[in-house]
Design a binder for this molecule. Structure first.
Ligand code: HT7
Ligand code: ZN
Length: 874
C-alpha cells in the first residue's frame, strides 16, 4: 500500500453534524443502525465516501429512500454514495461479529462467552469496524447513542456522554440512551455492555458541576479499584488548580478489562483501561504498579482537554495530544510523589525505549511525515520524546508563561481539531516569543549529540564552554539542521560549592543556575570571574533530549555524584561514571573510573544522609540496552557479563557486612504501607539484596527465601522471587510453585510469574520460555499474557534473546506469525524487539537477518507487521 503523507492533507469534503446510533447488542452478532446528518457542498465535493471495514451491510437509505445497487458502492473499505447533499441523512444498518473479533479493535468481547462483556476500541481507526463514517479525527459530530440488549446477559449498558434515559423492552431486553453535548471525532466513541459492578463517588468541580465518578469492573476485582478512584479525584483537582481545567460532563465512567491492546483509552466520558493500569492492591501490586495506576488514570483524564476538547487535525499530529498529555502526567506524578525520582524514571525510560528507536531503522520524527499503518506510530518517539519537546518549550516560557500559553491554546482551539503549529503559535503569542524554531524538533528524527568542552584561562579567570551539536542521519533524512538546545547549567568549584555565574554579555550575575541555548552548530559561552577551574553540571534536570558528550574525568563525575544539589544530575553523574567504568575496565582490572564510582557510592551508602529511593537509583548502573546503545558492534552476552562485573565491584567495595546490616535495618519497616518512606525502603532493600547476591549467593538466597515467605506485599515478594529466579537459587522452584498456586486466579499477578522467568539472563532463558508457552495458563490471545512472556523475553532480556545460535530469533519470528493472525497490532509491537539487529556482532546479525527475512516472506502478513518487518530490515 502507498504511504499516507502529511503534505497531502486536505480538509474533508464532507463532515457530519450529528450521528444517531442504535445498537442491538449480541455476542455473536450485533446490529448497528446509524443515521448521520451530512454537511458538505456536493458541487465542490468529491462523492460522499465513508470508511467501513468488514461490515455486513443490511440496509441503506438516503433521506428516507432505500438505495438501489447503482446508488452506492461498497468495496475495499470504502462506501461511496452518489446523491448525497448538505443536510442529507444517510441511514445504514450493518452487522458485526464481536466474539469472532480477535484484533481487540472495533467492537469485541472481553473474557468468556458466558461471563465476558462487550466493549469497543476506536482509536485510531476502529470506528470503521463498527459503522460507516468519515473515520478521521477532523470530523467532529454530536453523538446520540441508544444501546439495546438482553437485560439478564447485559445488565449494564454504557456509552460516552450524559445518560438520557433507559427503559424496558419486550422479550427481556432493555435500552439505555446517551447524549454527548460535545462534538467529538469518532475515535473517542465507546460503549461497554455486560455484567459489571461499580464503585462511585460524587465530585464537585471547581466551576460548580456535580459529577458522578464511577469505576466499573467484573465483580471479583471491584475491591481493587479504590486506589484508582482516589487517584482520579486527585488528578481532577490538580488539573483544576494547575491548568484551570474542569470536567465537562455529568458522569465520568472508567471500565477495566483484561483484554486490551494498550494501556488505556480516553474515550469521551467512558475511559477504558487495561486492568493492569486500574486495579491495585498491596497483595498483588508492586509500589511501581501503584505509581503506574496513578499515572495512567491521570494521563487518560488529562486527555479530556488535551486530546478531546482540543483534538488532532490528522494522525500526523498525534504528539499534539500524546506528547502534551505525557508531559502533564509527568508534572502531576512529580507533584504527587518526588520530582527528581520521577525525572530519573522518565529519562531512564526515554533512554531505554526512545533513544534506540531514534538510532535505528525505525527512527521517525515526533511528527512523522508519512505512515502506512497509523497504529505503528504510537511510539516512544511520539509519546516520550514528544513530552520532552513540550518540557523544553515550557522551560523556555517559565511556569507562568506556559500557563498563559496553554490558556490561549484552549481559548483558541476548544472544540477544534488542531495542529502542532497551532499549539506553538498559541504558546508563543501569549508570551510574544517566536517558537517556530522548535518546529524543527518535531520534524527531525534522531537524537542530537551535544558536545561540551570547557577551557579555563587562569590569567583571565575565565571559563569558556564550547558547545556543539550534531545529529546523525536517519532513514530518509541524510541531512540534519541545528536545533535549539536549552542547556541548564551550574558550575562547581572543587570543594563541591556552586559558583555565581557571570556570563559574558549578561548585565549582571544571574544566580548559580541558568539556561543557555545552543541554536547553531557550535557556540562559545564565556563565564567571567571564575577563580579556579570549575566542574560544569550540564543539562540539569535533563533540559533537552540529547546525548551529552563531555570529557569529564572520573574525579569530576565523582564530585558531581557526591555534591550536585540537582538530584537528577547527581544520578546522571553516577550513570556517566558507570559508563566510563564500563568502557575502561577490562579483564578484571579496575580502572580509575570504576574505583571512583565504587568509592563515591560506598561513601554515600555509609553516610545515610541521602533518601533511600534516590540511593537505590544511584546504586543502579545504566541498563544493558543503554550500554548497547553506545556501541558500534553489540555482543549482548558480553555486555551482561561486564555490567554484572561492574556491580560485583560495587558490592565488594561496600562489603558484605555493611550490605547485610543495611538489609536488616530496612527489613524492620512495615511493608504493606504506601507512604513514600516505606516505598523508598523497599526499593533500597531490593537493590541491597541484588548486590548481596553477587557477593554471597547462599546467604542472599536464604534471606530472599525468607523475604518471599514473610512478605506482606507484592513489592517485597516479587523482589525476592526475582532474585531467587534470576540467580538460579535452589529455593527458586518452591517459590515459583507457591506463587503460581497462590495467584492462579489473578491474571495480572500471574503475568509477573511469566515475566520474572522470561527475564532469566543468558542462554537458559529460551528453554524456560519454551516450557512456559506450554503452560495451560499461557495464551497468545491475551495481549498482557503474550507480552508477559514473549515481550519480556524479546524486549527486556537482551542476553536471553540474542543467542548466538539464533534460536531466540527463530522462536519469536514463529510466534509473531501466529500472533499476527490473531492480533496484528500486538504482533507489530512485539516485532520492534528486532530493532537494532544491524549493530549486533556478525554471528548474531546474520541469524537475526535470516529470521526476519523468513518472516517477511510469509504470505498473508498484516499491513501492521509487514511495515515493521520491512522497516527493520532496511
Ligand atoms: N490514546 C490512547 C491510544 C490507544 C490506542 C491506540 C491504538 C490502538 C489501541 C489503543 N488503545 C489506546 C492511549 C493513550 O495514549 O492514552
Ligand atoms: Zn495518551
Amino acid at each position: 500500500t502507498a504511504p499516507i503523507r502529511l503534505r497531502d492533507y486536505r480538509r474533508p469534503d464532507w463532515s457530519v453534524e450529528a450521528i444517531e446510533l442504535e445498537i442491538d447488542l449480541g455476542i455473536d452478532s450485533t446490529e448497528v443502525t446509524s443515521r448521520i446528518t451530512l454537511h458538505g457542498d456536493p458541487a465542490k465535493a468529491e462523492p460522499l465516501r465513508l470508511d467501513g471495514e468488514e461490515l455486513e451491510l443490511l440496509t441503506i437509505s438516503l433521506d428516507g429512500r432505500a438505495l438501489n445497487a447503482e446508488d452506492y458502492r461498497y468495496e475495499k473499505g470504502v462506501l461511496e454514495v452518489s446523491d448525497a447533499h448538505g443536510g442529507s441523512v444517510l441511514e445504514t444498518r450493518v452487522r458485526v461479529q464481536p466474539a469472532a473479533n480477535t484484533t481487540l479493535e472495533g467492537l469485541y468481547l472481553s473474557g468468556s462467552r458466558e461471563h465476558g462483556f462487550l466493549l469497543t476500541q476506536c482509536e485510531a481507526e476502529g470506528f470503521r469496524h463498527i459503522t460507516f463514517f468519515p473515520d478521521r479525527p477532523d470530523v467532529l459530530a454530536r453523538f446520540t447513542v441508544t444501546l439495546r440488549a438482553d437485560r439478564e446477559r447485559f445488565p449494564v449498558l454504557l456509552a460516552g456522554g450524559n445518560p438520557a434515559g433507559s427503559g424496558t423492552l419486550a422479550d427481556g431486553r432493555h435500552w439505555a440512551k446517551f447524549v454527548d453535548p460535545h462534538p467529538k471525532p469518532c475515535y473517542l466513541f465507546a460503549l461497554v455492555a455486560g455484567r459489571l459492578e461499580n464503585i462511585q463517588r460524587d465530585y464537585l468541580t471547581a466551576d460548580g458541576r456535580e459529577v458522578k465518578l464511577v469505576i466499573w469492573s467484573e465483580a471479583n476485582v471491584i475491591d481493587r479499584c479504590h486506589y484508582a478512584l482516589d487517584a482520579l479525584e486527585r488528578c481532577m483537582r490538580w488539573d483544576e488548580h494547575k491548568y484551570g481545567r474542569n470536567y465537562d460532563l455529568d458522569v465520568f465512567h472508567v471500565v477495566a478489562t483484561h483484554d486490551f491492546n494498550m494501556g488505556a483509552m480516553e474515550n469521551k466520558g467512558l475511559n477504558i483501561f487495561n486492568a493492569k493500569y486500574l486495579l491495585a492492591d498491596p497483595d498483588s501490586s508492586t509500589d511501581e504498579e501503584y505509581r503506574a495506576v496513578e499515572a495512567v488514570v491521570a494521563h487518560e483524564y488529562f486527555h479530556n482537554w488535551t486530546g478531546n476538547r482540543v483534538t488532532c487535525r490528522d494522525w500526523f499530529q498525534l504528539s499534539l495530544k500524546e506528547g502534551l498529555t505525557v508531559f502533564r502526567e509527568q508534572q502531576f506524578s512529580a507533584d504527587m510523589n518526588s520530582l527528581p525520582l520521577k525525572r530519573i524514571e522518565d529519562v531512564a525510560l526515554l533512554r531505554r525505549t526512545q533513544f534506540p528507536e531514534d538510532a535505528g531503522p525505525l527512527a521517525h520524527p515526533v511528527r512523522p511525515a508519512e505512515y502506512r499503518e497509523i497504529n505503528n506510530f504510537y511510539t516512544a518517539t511520539v509519546y516520550e520524546k514528544g513530552s520532552e519537546l513540550v518540557r523544553m518549550i515550557a522551560g523556555r516560557l517559565g511556569q507562568e508563561g506556559f500557563r498563559r500559553g496553554m490558556d490561549l491554546y484552549f481559548e483558541r482551539h476548544d472544540g477544534q481539531a488542531a495542529t502542532i503549529e497551532h499549539f506553538l503559535s498559541a504558546l508563543g503569542d501569549a508570551n510574544r516569543i517566536d517558537l517556530t524554531p522548535y518546529l524543527a524538533w518535531y520534524a527531525q528524527a534522531g537524537t542530537p549529540r551535544l558536545h561540551a568542552k570547557g577551557e579555563y584561562d587562569s590569567a583571565r579567570r575565565e571559563y569558556t564552554l564550547t558547545l556543539s551539536q550534531q545529529t546523525r542521519p536517519t532513514p530518509g533524512q541524510p541531512e540534519k539542521t541545528p536545533l535549539p538546545i536549552p542547556v541548564k547549567l551550574s558550575l562547581f568549584d572543587r570543594s563541591g560549592t556552586m559558583l555565581p555565574l557571570h556570563l559574558q554579555g549578561d548585565a549582571q550575575v544571574d544566580g548559580t543556575e541558568r539556561v543557555i541555548v545552543l541554536d547553531k552548530p557550535s557556540q562559545r559561552f564565556v563565564f567571567k570571574h571564575v577563580s579556579a577551574p570549575p566542574v560544569p553540571s550540564l543539562l540539569r534536570g535533563f533540559s533537552a533530549p540529547v546525548v551529552l558528550e563531555c570529557d569529564y574525568s572520573p574525579e569530576e563525575l565523582a564530585l558531581l555524584l557526591t555534591h550536585d544539589a540537582d538530584g537528577f544530575n547527581r544520578w546522571e553523574a553516577g550513570q556517566q561514571l558507570a559508563m566510563l567504568a564500563f568502557d575502561t575496565s577490562h579483564d578484571g582490572n579496575d580502572s580509575a573510573a570504576c574505583k571512583a564510582w565504587c568509592d563515591a557510592l560506598a561513601a554515600l551508602f555509609t553516610l545515610q544522609t541521602i533518601d533511600d529511593a534516590l540511593l537505590a537509583d544511584l546504586l543502579t548502573p545504566p541498563g544493558e540496552i543503554e550500554f548497547a546503545d553506545r556501541q558500534s558492534e553489540v555482543d549482548p552476552a558480553k555486555i551482561h557479563a561486564q555490567r554484572q562485573s561492574l556491580q560485583h565491584r560495587l558490592a565488594e567495595r561496600i562489603g558484605v557486612s555493611d550490605l547485610l546490616a543495611r538489609y536488616r535495618l530496612l527489613s524492620t519497616d512495615s511493608h504493606a504501607q504506601l507512604e513514600a518512606a516505606s516505598q523508598a525502603k523497599r526499593r533500597l532493600k531490593r537493590r541491597v539484596l541484588e548486590l548481596l547476591v553477587l557477593l554471597d549467593a547462599d546467604q542472599a538466597h536464604e534471606l530472599a527465601a525468607k523475604q518471599y515467605d514473610s512478605a506482606s506485599g507484592m513489592t517485597d515478594r516479587l523482589a525476592a522471587l526475582s532474585v531467587l529466579v534470576r540467580t538460579n537459587a535452589t529455593q527458586a522452584s518452591a517459590a515459583l510453585a507457591h506463587f503460581r498456586e497462590r495467584y492462579a486466579d489473578n491474571p495480572l499477578a500471574l503475568d509477573k510469574w511469566f515475566t520474572v522467568q522470561a527475564q532469566v539472563p543468558g542462554d537458559a532463558a529460551l528453554a524456560i520460555v519454551q516450557r512456559l508457552e506450554n503452560d495451560p495458563a499461557f495464551t497468545l490471545k491475551n495481549p498482557n499474557r503474550a507480552r508477559s512472556l514473549f515481550g519480556a523475553f524479546a524486549s527486556t532480556n537482551p542476553s536471553g534473546f540474542h543467542r548466538t545460535d539464533g534460536a531466540g530469533y527463530a522462536l519469536i519470528a514463529e510466534r509473531l506469525a501466529q500472533l499476527d493472525a490473531l492480533n496484528p497490532q500486538i504482533a507489530a509491537r512485539l516485532a520492534t524487539a528486532f530493532n537494532g539487529w544491524q549493530r549486533l556482532e556478525p554471528v548474531r546479525r546474520s541469524a537475526a537477518r535470516l529470521a526476519l527475512e523468513g518472516l517477511a516472506q510469509r504470505e498473508g502478513l498484516s499491513p501492521n507487521l509487514s511495515e515493521i518487518v520491512s522497516n527493520v530490515l532496511q
